[in-house]
Structures are given as C-alpha cells and as structure tokens.
Design a binder for this molecule. Sequence first.
Ligand code: FES
Ligand SMILES: [Fe+2]
Length: 388
Amino acid sequence: MASIRLERQRGHAAEPANDPRAGAEGEGDSPGMYPLQASRSYPREQWYVAAYRNELPAGKPLGREIFGEPVVLFRSDSGEAAALSGLCVHRFMPLAGGQVTGGKLVCPYHGYAYGADGQCVHIPTGGKPSPHAKLRHYPVIEDGPFIWIWPGTAEKAANTPLPDLRDIGLSGDGEGWRVDTAERLDLDARPALLVDNLFDLSHIAFIHLQSLPGAEGLALIPPVFDRTDVRFRVGRTLPGFVAEPDTAIARTMPLIAGRPVFVSLHTDFYSPAMINSSGPWAYELVDGNQPGAPIAKINFVHIVTPKNETATHYFNVVSRDFDLDDEDISAQLVAQTDRVRKEDAVWIAQIEKYADRLDVRKEISTKADEGALKVRRVLQALIEAEEA
Ligand code: FES
Ligand SMILES: [Fe+2]
C-alpha cells in the first residue's frame, strides 16, 4: 500500500473503528474459528500459482513443493508447461534435478524419461515401460504472468475457471496494464496466517511504521464490505485525498500529486490464491466527495500458494494502468512491496512457531479485526464444503 497522509483528507472525518466493548466478546470467539484449529488445512480444490511464467524457461525443469507434495514443472516440445509429481517412479529421485531432452523430462539418476502426461516413455537399460510407470499429472493453465496448477481432484479442475482478474490486468493479454513481478518469498507460516495479515490494517502502525509512513491511520477508517460474483472486498475511501509532494505515493502516481482526488483503498479476496491490496485507485473528485472518472490504479497483488501445512509460497506482482513504460516507477513499486512483505514474513513466522498449540477460541478481537474475521469465514466455508 502506498504512503497515505490522512491529515490531508478533505471532507472526511476518520472515525475510530476499534470498539473496545468488543473486547472478550469479539467475533474471534467463535468456536473453532479458522485459522489455528488443528487438522484444518487450506482449500485444496482451487487454482493456485505454481510459478511465474518466467521461472520456467524451455529445457530446464523447476521443482516446487505444493500442499506438501513435490511437484516438477517443465516445458514439452510444444512449449506448453506441464506439472508432474516430482519423484521418479524408479527410485524416487527428485526429478527437478533432471534435464529436458527432446521435450521429455529425464531423471538424473538412471535416465528414465517422461512425457508431459507423466507416462514414462523410455528406460535406458531396455524394456518397455509399464503403463503403471506413470507420474501424477496436474492440470495446468498459463495465463497472464502465472503458471496455474490445480492440486485437487483433476475432474473438478475442468469445471472451474481461473479467478477473474481482468480488473487488475492479470487475466488474458493484460492490454493497458504494466505488470511487474516481485520476489517469491518462502514464508515460514501457514497460508491462513498470511491471509489474516493481509486483511489486517492495524499492524501497519507497528510493523510497517518505517516502510509505510503516513499510512498508520488507515485502520481507523471504518471499512465497507462488498461481495460480488468475482470477489469479497474490504474497502475504505478517502474523498479529497491529496498526495503531498515528495511522498512515495506522489512519486509512484504522479498523475495525482498535489491535487484533491477521490481514493479507494481496498483489499479484495478473489480466491484463496489471490488477494489484491489496491495501492490506491484514484478518481477525479466530483461534488466535493464523490468519485468521478478513474485517473490511475495501482495493485499490489498477493499470491498465496500452500507449500505445506506450515509454510507458504508468497508471490507478488504489482500492476498499474498508467505510465506503462516508466521503469523508475516500476522499480519503486517492486522495492516497496518487497520491503513491506519481508517485514510481514518475519513477524508472521513468529506466530507460526506456536500455532499448533494455540486455542483460537481465546483470541480477543475488536472492531478493527472485522474484515479479517469475515475473510476467515469465507475460507472456512470453502474448507467445510470440501469436507462435506
Ligand atoms: S531414480 Fe529415476 S531413473 Fe532411477
Ligand atoms: Fe503487512
């Protein structure tokens, strides 16, 4: 999220959102509330990002643990990405250390070769490979900057479209958008703790005080919740916001520097794999406090892929719809998101150390936690639907 100086809002009075009366009777006291309940994982029947597309050049396999399973990705002769279970059927050597030869994935140990469907097609010492010499094949789709994988039941993948990310430039050809990929972080915490963090703005005043100066008051603006077919939004608006000169937001969104605009700051849950923090979306200010024509949009898109029950691949891309060729803006935005995410990663991992021992029913929540609690329920419903 870009730096926001709340004191320069016009026509808007920020109100405390944290009702101390919520206290011990807050929403977090629901019995068994996700994410800390033992034996609960993360929704599996979903599309997840296995890798950035540019992580998988032709001719070289890529290994990645997903939902606790070793997975190997490679490109076949046609150039299409394939994802297979990552251990060779012969002696379980990790195939990520192998080679791609003639469009086949070749094991580094004794040279068994596999096609994109996972079938072993060649054994160097002779003999016809058995039909049982076959690796699990995962459904894969390449779209936008991502290679998506379906870790659940393959039949369900065919009936489930990818999350619709057109409004942030990440579906299809991305016409009119600039997309920059940030670092993939190995987060030592379960995915649900990351989601909790992404919908929690009250930590900005503490963990990100240095990296997001001026944004510490955002949690005090009452959020509006909005659900569409595409996503669930926790949104806040700042009518009359002015980006002060020489602030991070003025440097990365020069179109709004020094004049009052209408700003939307929202966090959108598109799927368990994809959460967008607008940073921000700016509109012309009309009638004193209403949004007019859109001016510019920045998105810090958080991509959550379960590595295993206590670790997460934390991808991130930044998309924007203005100054598409400005490399300096891209560099600033990527540096900002990586700095902020690394701060989160350090602290979330501290909770993970104790997560299996904690009783979530004893959490104390306040009004400020409402957005994160609502998203927990969205996740919980998805998990329960899978378990039904
Ligand atoms: S372990 Fe892969 S060929 Fe032997
Ligand atoms: Fe954070």
